[in-house]
Design a protein around this ligand. Structure first.
Ligand code: SF4
Ligand code: SF4
Ligand code: SF4
Ligand code: SF4
Length: 163
């Protein structure tokens, strides 16, 4: 599952999130993210079984850090949020079979939206017009995931970190 950002230790999601939610109807991190996106009334975090996960189906993460600031159990690390290091448990990849450009249909949508929210350098480059590649500078913000017309940008879980 794509876990919420800013975790030093992914196992904390499964150990400590439940305790937080027992005390409130909606988890503080979910509420904080809802407030960030208040114009649309819903954030990108939600509770799934016993931990908080991210949903990029409508928009990406702004790396604003508000979810981490609100976390009472330090599941989301405030220092990582300060550094704007989401440390996601997944990375983003383009499926060549689903991508329009790979089928020789002109499409630049992912490149156009990449970092448009965060205003930094573009992390998608096109090789010979039809071959989009995601560069190492990608921060997996998910903005392109929600905008790709064929849902060709997929999340792949990273291996769990040894601590
Ligand atoms: S605020 Fe922290 S402990 Fe509570 S659900 Fe979110 S990540 Fe888990
Ligand atoms: S960093 Fe901001 S936009 Fe991203 S999940 Fe946390 S509150 Fe939501
Ligand atoms: S937006 Fe989607 S379909 Fe278009 S080039 Fe990017 S990955 Fe391919
Ligand atoms: S997930 Fe990566 S490639 Fe996609 S918009 Fe964000 S930084 Fe760019």
């Amino acid at each position: 599952m794509p876990l919420a950002p800013y975790s030093q230790d992914y196992s904390l999601f499964y150990e400590n999130c439940v305790q937080c939610v027992e005390k409130s109807l909606k988890a503080p991190c979910v509420l904080a993210c809802d407030e960030v996106y208040n114009k649309e009334n819903s954030g990108i975090l939600y509770f799934n079984e016993n931990c908080v996960v991210v949903d990029f189906s409508t928009k990406g993460c702004l790396l604003c850090g508000e979810c981490a600031k609100s976390c009472p159990n330090d599941v989301l690390d405030k220092n990582l949020a300060e550094e704007r290091n989401p440390n996601w448990n997944f990375s983003v990849k383009i499926s060549e079979t689903s991508c329009l450009a790979h089928q020789k249909i002109l499409c630049n949508t992912c490149k156009d939206v990449c970092y448009s929210v965060l205003g930094k350098e573009n992390a998608i480059k096109f090789v010979r017009l039809f071959y989009p590649e995601i560069k190492e500078s990608c921060i997996s913000c998910g903005e392109c995931v929600s905008k790709c017309p064929t849902q060709a940008i997929l999340l792949f879980e990273k291996e769990r970190k040894e601590l």
